[in-house]
Design a protein around this ligand. Structure first.
Ligand code: NAD
Ligand code: GLY
Length: 357
């Protein structure tokens, strides 16, 4: 039986269905929805693995399908690719009752969602995420968009999907490095909101790396529950939602400093999370043994726990470009305790410098 998590946003509430082979249940999930046609947006890598299965399922439901393939990779998360999706939607004459279905990782989901948000002022949007990162984070919550040469994710919209279908069997083909990067975001939920989940992750790290279906389904369900609650509390990131960026300001500096794509986002977040934990300890919030636990778990799932040695000056310069900087004020996500994230602008710069390699 699939596990179901609800994202409670009033009239825009939507369910997340999680389970092995849930792509095959798309006919039942879409039954009764007033959708004229479905544009499946995907990339060549995912298309080869999962497009036939998805198309077969949608055809059974009787929906006419248009497939739009975009190039694979973060480098293509651009205005040009977003425009290409619009070109194809228009050429195929999709009307306002059509839906966009994103089949792929976070890159496909973010671009397809932004295309759905903007095509004819907004058409239905369905997420079928196929990476662990997309299943536990990017497919839920409605952040959509593309990169600009001057900044990542700088052009976009909040636009919620009306259904998220997480087929855990797609993780079988995910490269191990991508799986590990997704686990960084799973661990994040334990750190900011759920110390019992963190302990569960410590006990089940090897099962997750081995892609044990029961362990994976549990980790995805708990992660989606946390993400759904945070989004329901603070859809447009006025406060609590910023907690989801634990480790991201430090991580962003690593990604930018090395050149985007050198480290995966999750790898940079992992090293950044350890910096955040060390800073939390310096401020007297987190006991040192908890910092060691965090580093041990990240290390156990194969993630880096030390950032590159750029030096504090360079880190601070790179961190100043983060989206969370408002009017020059650096806001950091730290830990008040294990399982309790906090947004703060109060960390003395001397303490920040002390945790930068
Ligand atoms: P990705 O979409 O680039 O996917 C990683 C790689 O895995 C790609 O080459 C992809 O083709 C391949 N792939 C996807 N599914 C596969 C499968 N089942 N088997 C084999 N290969 C598969 O990367 P990602 O980590 O999924 O997403 C990263 C993006 O997500 C970034 O652009 C980031 O900004 C965005 N993001 C968005 C949010 C949000 O809230 N919207 C949150 C976090 C991250
Ligand atoms: N990944 C951060 C957010 O969805 O808010």
């Amino acid at each position: 039986m699939p596990r179901i998590v609800n994202v409670a946003l009033g009239e825009r509430s939507y369910p997340i269905h999680i389970g092995e082979h849930v792509i095959e249940t798309l006919p039942a999930l879409l039954h009764g929805r007033a959708i004229s046609r479905i544009a499946v947006v995907t990339n060549p890598t995912v298309a080869e693995l999962y497009l036939a299965r998805t198309e077969h399922s949608l055809a059974q439901a009787g929906f006419p399908i248009v497939t739009i393939t975009i190039p694979d990779g973060e480098a293509h998360k651009t205005v040009a690719t977003w425009t290409h999706v619009h070109d194809r939607l228009l050429a195929a004459r999709l009307d306002r009752k059509s839906a966009v279905l994103a089949l792929g990782g976070g890159v496909v989901g973010d671009i397809a969602g932004f295309a759905a948000a903007t095509y004819q002022r907004g058409i239905s949007f369905i997420q079928v995420p196929t990476t662990l990162l997309a299943q536990v984070d990017s497919s839920v919550g409605g952040k959509t968009g593309v990169n600009h040469p001057l900044g990542k994710n700088m052009i976009g919209a909040f636009y919620q999907p009306e259904l998220v279908v997480i087929d855990t069997s797609t993780l079988a083909t995910l490269p191990l490095r991508e799986l590990r990067a997704g686990l960084a975001e799973v661990i994040k939920y334990g750190l900011i909101r759920d110390r019992d989940f963190f302990a569960w992750l410590e006990a089940n790290a090897q099962a997750l790396l081995a892609r044990d279906p029961a362990a994976m389904a549990h980790a995805i369900e708990v992660s989606c529950r946390h993400k759904a609650e945070v989004v329901a509390n603070d859809e447009t990131e006025q406060g609590e939602r910023a907690l989801l960026n634990l480790g991201h300001t430090f991580g962003h500096a690593i990604e930018a400093g090395l050149g985007f794509g050198t480290w995966l986002h999750g790898e940079a977040v992992a090293a950044g999370t350890v910096m955040a934990a060390r800073l939390s300890a310096r401020l007297g919030w987190l006991p040192e043994p908890e910092v060691d636990r965090i580093a041990s778990l990240l290390s156990a799932v194969g993630l880096p726990i030390e950032g590159p040695a750029f030096g504090a000056d360079r880190y601070l310069e790179l961190m100043a470009h983060d989206k969370k900087v408002i009017a020059g004020n650096m806001r950091l996500i730290l830990l008040r305790a294990m399982g309790e994230g906090v947004v703060t602008s109060d960390a003395p710069v001397g303490d920040v410098r002390a945790v930068l390699p």
